[in-house]
Design a protein around this ligand. Structure first.
Ligand code: FES
Length: 566
């Protein structure tokens, strides 16, 4: 017999009946009746934090989700988990993602719940929650917080955070003065909710729909909208149904569902960070994200979504254009419509109630794509033996085949200290190289791959240069930027051996990244490299350093993968 409700996961006292007796005695202190406590239990992960404005609507979402649970006859139980905001996580939010995944997994497992609603939004939160769900036996449904509203400055729409970077670059180039950039600062994030461009948060939220883990339109409905609250209520109802019939996340995320995610990511022109998060989810399921396959998908799948940073629109526009169901309806020959959904039915059902198309600018029809191939390409070569990625949909076309002189920075701090130094010899044709900014090197693989254009070049009007690193980049950023070079410099990657003055060739059409030195020279340089820095002495930093994997394995800890010993 399946154990349900309060009887699940009893605390161990050596007497099961006493464990249940004690549990009931304590929980009755909350004023719950026996009737309430006999209902199927829906856990609701509360990721509200005063430090996390992207989750500022979580209290309202919880109320709506609880209403849905109770209307469907279930018992909602809200519990806290970690909350991570991009700007309030040092050294990086990525450093903490696995901690949130571990905490969420263990709290879902430790407490009695028959299904769980995972309320996430800011970049690392939904990935952490899905990694947790993939390793858990409890059926899970994701409720994204939704994108923020856009602001306005002098008649121009603004949204975090592509416009943050664009306008900051203008400030660095003296096109905007200090008073105006201060004024803009108050307009970039004009409401609670996640960044309103196709950055990492929006990419991951929309992928949840494509992977069958969130209700249709739940990836894009604005954070402040009544529709978002109705979706929360509906998610509550769905979660009750899932207590009886729900599939586990591992059962939902079939190879077809994962491939659907890769196709959708390319068609969205989505964030490169999603590649890392998906790689981690693959490993939680005992699989590996095949980067060659991902690149091949990219050659087949056009970018159809015209949102910043690669395009022009904002998430609200995407939602009103029909969101993920509309996008999927343009990809029916490529995606597997039989893939299951956590809340029942198949991905084909997601398009069931699609209204007639009323616009074709934000979500393009297949015969009029933004670009004929997908948003992200995978590069290899002697500089990236296990791969690197570039979001070529937001890179300057003329720089995608480029040979230049390397200007090397040894760390994020070195970059910060020297980039704007007037003594730095650099031209717009040079290639900026940043290393020791990968999973171990920084640590936490900061979003430092979007290296600013050196100030004196920015003042001359230079807007893009080739930049390469073992770092990540915010999904809201843009430029000819090669990321996730694997292995990273701090883990024995050849990036460690590059010297200022070396020639580097980037060839996106042929998917290659080459350091133009002989194999013998490179091998000699590698053997002469200094030993890696010592492992931190204690705590989470030590756990992280000892167990974090490289970007192609999603930076998950080795012991959290499905087959840690494999
Ligand atoms: Fe939270 Fe962008 S900072 S989604």
């Amino acid at each position: 017999m399946v154990t349900r409700g309060l009887r699940r996961r009893l605390t161990s006292y050596g007497d099961q009946d006493f464990s249940l007796f004690l549990r009931k005695a304590f929980i009755k202190a909350m004023g719950y009746s026996d009737d309430a406590l006999e209902r199927p239990i829906v856990g609701i992960a509360n990721t509200y934090s005063d430090y996390n404005p992207c989750h500022g609507n979580v209290p309202q979402l919880i109320e709506a989700a609880k209403r849905g649970v109770m209307l469907a006859g279930g018992m909602p139980m809200v519990f806290p988990t970690m909350s991570i905001h991009e700007s309030f996580a040092a050294p990086t939010s990525m450093f903490l993602r696995n901690l949130m995944a571990m905490e969420t997994e263990e709290m879902v497992r430790a407490q009695p719940m028959d299904s769980v609603i995972l309320i996430g939004g800011c970049d690392k939160t939904i990935p952490a929650q899905v990694m947790a769900a993939a390793s858990s036996e409890v059926p899970a449904i994701v409720l994204p917080t939704g994108p923020m509203d856009t602001g306005n400055h002098k008649g121009e729409r603004l949204g975090a955070c592509t416009d943050c970077r664009r306008l900051w670059a203008q400030f660095r180039g003296d096109q905007i003065d200090a008073a105006e950039i201060g004024e803009i600062n108050g307009k970039l994030a004009s409401s609670v909710g996640t960044c309103t461009v196709m950055g990492t948060a929006s990419t991951m939220a929309t992928l949840m729909e494509a992977m069958g883990l969130a209700l249709p339109m739940a990836g894009s409905a604005p954070a402040t909208s009544a529709e978002r609250m109705r979706l929360a209520e509906e998610t509550g109802r769905a979660a009750v149904a899932m207590t009886e019939t729900g599939l586990t996340t591992a059962e939902v995320l079939t190879p077809a569902a994962l491939r659907n995610a890769l196709i959708t990511l390319q068609a969205l022109g989505g964030s490169t960070n999603a590649v890392v998060h998906l790689a981690a989810i693959y490993r939680r399921l005992g699989r590996r994200l095949d980067m060659v396959e991902f690149d091949q998908i990219g050659r087949q799948v056009p970018v159809l979504v015209d949102l910043k940073p690669a395009g022009t629109g904002y998430m609200g526009d995407f939602h009103h254009a029909g969101g993920v169901p509309r996008l999927l309806s343009e990809l029916t020959d490529l995606i597997d419509l039989t893939a299951p959904r956590a809340f029942g039915g198949t991905l084909g059902d997601t398009m069931g109630a699609l209204p007639p198309r009323h616009e074709d600018r934000i979500i393009r029809p297949r015969d009029n794509p933004i670009s004929a191939s997908g948003g992200i390409a995978v590069l290899t070569g002697n500089l990236a033996p296990r791969g690197a990625v570039i979001k070529h949909s937001s890179a300057a076309p003329e720089l995608q085949t480029h040979e230049g002189r390397a200007v090397v920075f040894d760390s994020v701090q070195d970059l910060t200290e020297r980039l704007d130094d007037p003594a730095l010899e650099i031209t717009a044709e040079d290639i900026l190289v940043l290393r020791n900014a990968g999973p171990k090197g920084a640590p936490g693989m900061p979003e430092a791959g979007y290296m600013p254009i050196p100030r004196h070049l920015a003042r001359q009007g230079v807007k893009d240069m080739v930049r390469i690193s073992d770092a990540r980049m915010s999904g809201t950023a843009f430029g000819t930027i090669v990321l996730h070079i694997t292995p990273e410099a701090a883990d024995g990657g050849p990036l460690a051996a590059v010297r200022t003055g070396d020639r580097i060739r980037l060839d996106v059409p042929n998917r290659s990244l080459e350091l133009l030195v002989s194999a013998e020279d490179l091998a000699e340089r590698m053997t002469a490299l200094p030993p890696p820095p010592p492992t931190p002495g204690r705590g989470y930093a030590r756990l992280y350093d000892l167990h974090v994997s490289q970007a192609d394995d999603g930076l998950d800890f080795d012991f959290l993968m499905a087959n840690p010993d494999a």
